[in-house]
Design a protein around this ligand. Structure first.
Ligand code: RAM
Length: 345
């Protein structure tokens, strides 16, 4: 994917806008938090928002976006989810609970492509629309995809190539071992790395989007592979935990941490040199777009077929692509030159 200046400017503008808003703070319990709105018209649209886990600054942003859209369309968003680790088992319970509550729709970032499908299909059988965002399943009505898999893998590859200087050992610290999005990005990255035979991928380890586990996995990685040049964490929780470990250890100044992160949590590590550059998209826009897509599905404006179009408030018009995917946009790279412009996450 090319990172043209207009595209970067566009994404940067959207990110700056997101930085001006006040993100909601989800509860840190499995009970969930509710945001009701009296704005807009139409029937009572009730949405269960089920991220991979709670207490994750990335999902704080996507939920804030969902709530902003809900306020505009008169919907209710209730966030629920696993309290710590991003794993599939507990997501099943939340899907079953939402099904019993007969909500209109579930917005889901899946910790597994297949393990949730029995519960998702049971929800759909009750007429509930299931729209994935961020991380897909093999059973849903629509997937709101932040950036194409190739787009994410290209950004990761470019940063690795730059930060290793084209040779040396790297390792990946991922989220859950079955996370659909991370696994797709890692597979695409491995293909790109074939073009750089002097870059050696030593290992892929999993922190489950849990801070302590990600910290411990980073420590273990560096004990096992002390010559690592770059740790690549394509997860906002993982990258921050990895950067914290490196910045407090003797590896500071020797190992760079890159991947996908939120600017707020990574700012200290850009400033102290532990991270030279990392990337992300706008998770608030992702939640916002997802909620407008849900409205269009429930209204019957779209069915999820390729070519269907719908309006998404301040983001404008969107078209459903192949395989029921709606792409949000491009990734953006954060570094010392621009990190001061962002304060969210
Ligand atoms: C974490 C989650 C999420 C991913 C981001 C980059 O917050 O794993 O799924 O998209 O990182």
């Amino acid at each position: 994917m090319k990172f043209t200046k207009p595209a970067i400017a566009l994404v940067a503008g959207a990110l700056l806008l997101a930085g001006c808003s006040t993100p909601s703070t989800p509860t840190n319990s499995a009970a969930g938090s509710e945001s009701a709105s009296s704005g807009g018209e139409g029937t009572a649209l009730t949405i269960t928002m089920l991220p991979k886990n709670l207490g994750n600054p990335y999902f704080d942003q996507s939920t804030a976006g969902a709530e902003a859209a809900a306020a505009e369309i008169g919907a209710t968003v209730t966030q629920v989810g696993p309290t710590t680790e991003g794993v599939a088992d507990s997501q099943v319970e939340f899907i079953q609970a939402a099904t019993q509550q007969k909500v209109s729709a579930i917005e889901l970032s899946a910790n597994d492509a297949d393990a949730l499908c029995d519960s998702v299909k049971a929800a759909q059988a009750e007429g509930i629309k299931v729209v994935t965002f961020d991380s897909d399943t093999n059973c849903r009505d629509l997937f709101i995809n932040q950036v194409s898999v190739d787009g994410v893998a290209t950004s990761l590859y470019e940063m690795i190539d730059d930060q290793t200087g084209g040779s040396g050992e790297i390792a990946i610290l991922s989220a859950g071992a079955n996370a659909t999005n991370q696994n797709a990005w890692i597979e695409a990255l491995k293909v790109k790395l074939e073009a750089s035979p002097d870059i050696k991928l030593d290992d892929v380890v999993y922190g489950d989007d849990a801070d302590q586990k990600s910290f411990d996995e980073t420590k273990a990685l560096l004990a096992k592979y002390p010559k690592l040049k770059v740790i690549v964490a394509p997860t906002t929780v993982g990258i921050t935990a990895a950067a914290r470990y490196v910045s407090e250890s003797d590896f500071k100044g020797k190992v760079l941490v890159t991947g996908l992160g939120t600017p707020g949590s990574m700012k200290p590590y850009i400033e102290d040199g532990t991270s030279k550059e990392f990337a992300l998209w706008n998770p608030e826009d992702l939640g916002y777009l997802t909620t407008y897509a849900v409205k269009a599905l429930v209204d019957g404006t779209i069915t999820g077929a390729e070519g269907d179009t719908f309006e998404a408030g301040r983001l404008g018009s969107y078209t459903v692509g192949a395989d029921g995917e709606v792409p949000l946009g491009a990734a953006f790279k954060f570094n010392a030159e621009n990190i001061g412009d962002f304060n969210w996450g």
